[in-house]
Ligand binder design. Structure first.
Ligand SMILES: [Ca+2]
Ligand SMILES: [Ca+2]
Length: 394
């Protein structure tokens, strides 16, 4: 959407500019008598007066937008950048030429015919127009339109119980499905928190092998750290992080959160432009769009503990959602989130290392007691991978 708006904005700006300058040049033409120009044909002269002025730029823009037709001969002259097509960029170049910002270029091609031509519809790249509510994208690469259509239809089965946000790590493209819908983060918060904490440790010269104490207030029943260590034990930070990422152990995460606090994450959220904030409680609320910023941040993390973080996220024991939708041989790091009751949330957030890697954050309110509800994650990941691998990044 952003790109479409941007190009529409550029065109409108261009039109305003052209109309304003035309008025000025008319006024000037009316008050002075210019000498007859030499009879040289230049690129951009689409009305045969041997000059390139704002009237020419306007005609080229109107032609490129399919508002008017011009003769075949003038369509050859209108191709300012000589790419074989007449588009808004040619009108912009003609305008710059008229304003003296570009050199006049003598036309050296063949003389065209007097036949009237119009811009072919196929030459205008139409943006993809979704039909399913909640679905949006800025992809206008026609080669992936059929897969986008399938993904969109697939999403329509779930209504807004499923949300996701996709972007490649260059942030050139996005696909969003209800990605502004708010959920409890569940355990998908643990990887962003630990990434922020690793930066904090490095900046404050705290060793990842220094120890923190396991207290009774940290303990969640049925979670791993408290069944492996006695209360009051001093445990290396590295080990506590391993439990939080590998087993998604709430006791381990609580031990880190209680020791180091919420600000570590909140400051990082502010830095990367995410609205996610934690208060007294170690889980927060946000949406798939904001969470994608945190996983992009994990992808971009290049600090001392990068290998540790990526290893733990690649070898965690919950790999049945997004990772199972990715062809083998492609590296995937992920962190799931699962919770029931009033704060129902069944999520997975991943970085997928395709040729141009991407982030997929999938937030849902699926019923986590049904194993079959993992399958949509895999299907969405599969569609997204095909799209990511087939769009042009030029
Ligand atoms: Ca002219
Ligand atoms: Ca052109």
């Amino acid at each position: 959407m952003k790109r479409v708006l941007h190009s529409a904005f550029t065109l409108v700006l261009c039109l305003i500019l052209i109309s304003q300058i035309s008025v000025i040049s008319f006024a000037e033409e009316g008050t002075t008598s210019k000498p007859e120009p030499e009879k040289i044909i230049y690129y951009g002269d689409v009305n045969g007066n041997f000059r390139v002025d704002t009237l020419d730029a306007r005609r080229i823009l109107q032609f490129a937008l399919r508002i008017i037709c011009i003769t075949h001969h003038y369509s050859l002259l209108a191709d300012m950048n000589r790419d074989g097509k007449v588009k808004a960029v040619d009108a912009r170049l003609a305008l710059r030429t008229a304003m003296g910002l570009e050199e006049l270029v003598v036309y050296d091609g063949p003389v065209g015919t007097d036949e009237w031509v119009c811009v072919d519809v196929a030459d205008i790249a139409e943006p993809y127009t979704p039909t399913v509510a909640g679905f949006s994208t800025n992809i206008n690469d026609e080669s992936v339109f059929p897969i986008l259509k399938q993904l969109e239809q697939y999403c329509s089965y779930f209504g807004n119980t499923c949300t996701f946000y996709y972007t490649d790590v260059r942030e050139k493209y996005y696909i969003s499905y209800y990605s502004d819908r708010i959920y409890r983060t569940q355990c998908s918060i643990k990887a962003p928190y630990i990434k922020a904490l690793l930066v904090y440790l490095e900046e404050n010269d705290i060793s990842i092998d220094s120890t923190i104490q396991l207290k009774s207030s940290h303990c969640w029943s049925g979670h791993y750290l408290n069944s492996s260590y006695r209360l009051g034990s001093w445990i290396p930070i590295r080990t506590v992080m391993h439990y939080a990422l590998h087993y998604s152990c709430n006791t381990a995460y609580n031990c880190l959160f209680d020791t180091f606090g919420a600000d570590i994450l909140n400051k990082n959220s502010q830095r990367i432009g995410s609205n996610l904030r934690l208060g007294w409680y170690m889980f927060g609320e946000n949406n798939a769009y904001d969470m994608s910023k945190h996983y992009l941040d994990i992808y971009r993390y290049n600090g001392k503990y990068k290998d540790f973080l990526l290893y733990e996220m690649e070898h965690n024991e919950s790999r049945t959602r997004i990772p199972m939708g990715i062809p083998s041989g492609i590296r995937v790091i992920n962190k799931i989130g699962t919770g029931g009751g009033k704060t129902l949330g069944y999520h997975d957030c991943a970085v997928v290392y395709t040729q141009v890697p991407y982030v997929l954050t999938c937030y849902t309110s699926f019923n986590f007691t049904r194993g079959s509800d993992r399958i949509p994650f895999r299907n969405i990941a599969s569609y997204i991978t095909q799209i990511n691998q087939n769009v042009s990044y030029e």
